[in-house]
Design a protein around this ligand. Structure first.
Ligand code: NAP
Ligand code: F7E
Length: 374
């Protein structure tokens, strides 16, 4: 064996292995990039889908340190098989039915994935005998504070979950803590407040707003319909937040951490800033369902409230206290400001909508040409 081969072999022996469930999601894709940069061998769990194109991780799929395995949070055997085969040093459990509004429509599925799924991961780790060596990150959430009992919320604030999603996630939180205490396993709950990005799912309010603002600015949409405009969120940038997931698993002892910016804004403020970045100044008039967002220059109504987007119970006052993460993980909660976050999402969407527009223009020309030459 020559020196080069020996070095390669040593590198592979030392390379840490991790499993990421929810690898195709917003956080899964950013975390994969981060861990690959750090030299990890990354194993992602994917569900079978009728389309094979996984947009957020498509750029990673040809790497030899990035592997994908079919599995599902509702299928214990697949999880046992993957964990047994990989023998991971770290597991990041990000998979979830993560949409709060959808959890009212699919409460049983949400509980199966977001609550029982966590138990399945923990048991699979025990069954495969890696419970003393494998560190586990559980994607917990600020939604546990729900109908908030204090502002701001920290690790000591009592939980008051306020949706089927939050109730399921609360089970996930407690079962993770229970396995840490009962079996001395290294398990951490990251209580993450809302974090957004240019990869955020299109039905979450921030991305829905940035995409619509860009479409309206480019003449592709007339109006945007939203639900509760007065809801407060503590919004951060997803790329900053996945770093905390990794940091939590590098500490001497496992613990639970609040990850937030410590700053809150309403949905109305987010919309005003997003429209500002596309060159439209908004002004809001009216109250409740009658509130409307007007273009200050033209007087045109660009935003209306629709009760369709109201929730049976809504969480309206989230503000996190990230002091503990700041002190003990050495994490900077203000890495990306609120303004920078909205701007980067708008800049991304302006470009993607323009490309959509360009493609449509080419398609129209081709169709017209075919019709003329028929
Ligand atoms: P996301 O974009 O909605 O991604 C969810 C991921 O879970 C996707 O990869 C999805 O796969 C996968 N998944 C769903 N059901 C599954 C199942 N039955 N089996 C296997 N995989 C399944 O969510 P995210 O924003 O990245 O959030 C990551 C995690 O953090 C979630 O657990 C979420 O609840 C939690 N969280 C998010 C925030 C936030 O603000 N983003 C804040 C606090 C906590 P498909 O692509 O196949 O659908
Ligand atoms: O809603 C209000 C809505 O769906 C934010 C998930 O990642 O973060 C996320 O959950 C607020 C709510 O996120 C619309 O009523 C108004 O008050 O963007 P969202 P979420 O519910 O906070 C937590 C931390 C998670 O853990 C979840 O996984 O915005 N809102 N109008 C609207 N919301 C949506 N979706 N659409 C509207 O038209």
């Amino acid at each position: 064996m020559n020196n080069k081969m020996k070095k390669e072999l040593d590198k592979n022996k030392k390379r840490k292995k991790c499993i990421i469930t929810g690898v195709t999601g917003q956080d899964g894709s950013f975390l994969s990039e981060l861990l690959l940069e750090k030299g990890y061998e990354v194993h992602g769990v994917i569900r079978r889908s009728s389309t094979d194109f996984r947009e957020r991780i498509a750029h990673l799929e040809n790497r030899d340190d990035f592997h994908l395995h079919y599995g599902d949070m509702t299928d214990s055997l697949s999880l046992v098989h993957i964990i047994g085969m990989v023998g991971p040093d770290e597991i990041y459990n990000l998979a979830a039915q993560s949409h709060v509004q959808v959890s009212f429509d699919e409460p049983e599925f949400t509980a199966d994935v977001d609550a029982m799924g966590v138990l399945r991961i923990l048991e699979a780790v025990r069954l495969t005998g890696v419970d003393k060596t494998c560190r586990i990150y559980q994607a917990s959430t600020s939604e546990l504070y729900g109908r908030v009992e204090e502002v701001p919320q920290s690790e000591t604030t009592p939980f008051h979950p306020y949706s089927p999603y939050a109730v399921a996630k609360q089970y996930g939180f407690w079962i993770a803590k229970e396995y840490r205490e009962a079996y001395d396993m290294y398990v951490c709950n990251g209580i993450l407040f809302n974090h957004e990005s240019e990869r955020r799912g299109e039905s979450f309010v921030t991305r829905k707003i940035t995409l619509s603002a860009c479409r309206i600015a480019q003449g592709k949409q007339d109006k945007l319909f939203l639900g509760n405009l007065s809801s407060f969120r503590d919004w951060g940038y997803a790329k900053d937040y996945v770093e905390c997931m990794w940091l939590m698993l590098q500490q001497e002892t496992p613990d639970d951490y609040v990850i937030a910016t410590g700053e809150q804004h309403t949905v109305r403020e987010f919309a005003t800033l997003a429209f500002h970045f596309v060159g439209i100044e908004l002004e809001f008039k009216g109250e409740g369902v009658d509130e409307k967002g007007y273009d200050k220059d033209t007087g045109k109504i660009l935003i209306e409230v629709s009760e369709e987007f109201y929730r049976p119970t809504d969480v309206v006052n989230l503000l996190g206290d990230p002091s503990n993460a700041k002190e003990n993980l050495g994490w900077n909660p203000r890495n990306t400001s609120f303004e920078q976050l909205v701007k980067l999402m708008v800049e991304h969407d302006m470009e993607s909508i323009a490309v959509e527009k360009e493609k449509e223009h080419i398609r129209t020309n081709v169709v017209e040409h075919l019709e003329r030459t028929r």
